[in-house]
Design a protein around this ligand. Structure first.
Ligand SMILES: [Zn+2]
Length: 285
């Protein structure tokens, strides 16, 4: 496996979110209980997306939140009970200049120059800007299992706002994971090598959502490999303690963390980059 294809890796933040503490470090409390009783918010956390230079083109990992989710939450989020859950669980902000297009521009790679994007999962703060990619004709990779939620029976129950995602006209490229002969990846149920050179590999990391996936970035040149995990954890320092959020499937989240630890043992120096970790930019540098 060669990995000379990866150049620059840049973490950008598409606004911020405040969450409930149970959403970071859970204790096994039922989600609906803390959702409606918690009175504490976390500090504002970044909504990280990662821009990766590969010799076959620029790749975007996750897309961040849409401006409307911060500016007009009452119309962006569903009404009724589901809307009440969002309003209690998350508080989004996105100030002018923090949008995806502007952040990419600032990073020197206008959105139109992307070769493709991949999303860890379909929550609004990770897939919120797929419409912008659709408008520019850029395909979006998503796991097959996550993609199935879009047209499944109750996407809202999985935290997926299908009404926005289906209306966006996205060129989805559903990814299916196949067995890999890469010895570093034996703990995972398959893998998907984006460019066929071992540099950018998608791995199934379910639990937070049914079809959550992560991206392993092997940079070559003596640089530490990165594992971009979306929301498999919010705080990489919790991984070794097996602490998972009180959102999603607890057992599957823990199994995913066990695999991440196993991968780190096989790839010394592996740095875990989480979707809302304030230290992500520093870790990836
Ligand atoms: Zn999420």
């Amino acid at each position: 496996m060669t990995s000379g294809g990866v150049g620059r890796v840049t973490v950008l933040s598409i606004g911020e979110v405040r969450l409930r503490p149970h959403n970071i470090a859970g204790s096994g409390t039922p989600m609906l209980w803390w959702t409606f009783t918690s009175r504490r918010w976390t500090e504002p956390l970044p909504v990280n997306v990662v821009l990766i230079e590969h010799d076959q083109g620029w790749v975007l990992w996750d897309t961040g939140q849409a401006p409307e989710s911060a500016d007009a939450p009452r119309t962006y989020f569903p009404r009724g009970f589901v809307g009440a859950v969002y309003a209690r669980q998350v508080d989004s902000t996105l100030t002018p200049g923090q949008g995806l297009g502007e952040q990419l521009e600032l990073a020197g790679v206008p959105l139109e120059r992307l070769a493709l994007a991949a999303v860890s999962h379909l929550h609004y703060d990770h897939a919120g800007n797929v419409g912008e990619l659709a408008a520019a004709g850029i395909p979006v990779l998503v796991s097959e299992a996550e993609h199935a939620l879009l047209t499944g029976r109750s996407p809202h129950m999985h935290g997926v706002l299908a009404e926005h995602l289906l209306a966006a006209g996205v060129r989805w490229r559903p990814v299916s994971f196949a067995p890999s002969d890469d010895p570093a990846l034996t703990d995972f149920d398959g893998a998907y090598d984006i460019f066929g050179d071992g540099a950018l590999t998608l791995l199934p990391t379910p639990g937070h959502t049914t079809g959550s996936m992560s991206l392993l970035v092997r940079r070559g040149g003596g640089r530490d490999p990165l594992l971009l995990v979306g929301d498999a954890t919010y705080d990489p320092s919790l991984i070794d303690r097996g602490v998972v959020p009180d959102v999603g499937d607890r057992k599957r989240q823990r199994e995913t963390l066990r695999r991440v630890v196993a991968l780190r043992d096989r790839l010394p120096g592996l740095r875990v980059i989480a979707g809302h970790d304030p230290r992500a930019a520093e870790s990836a540098a």
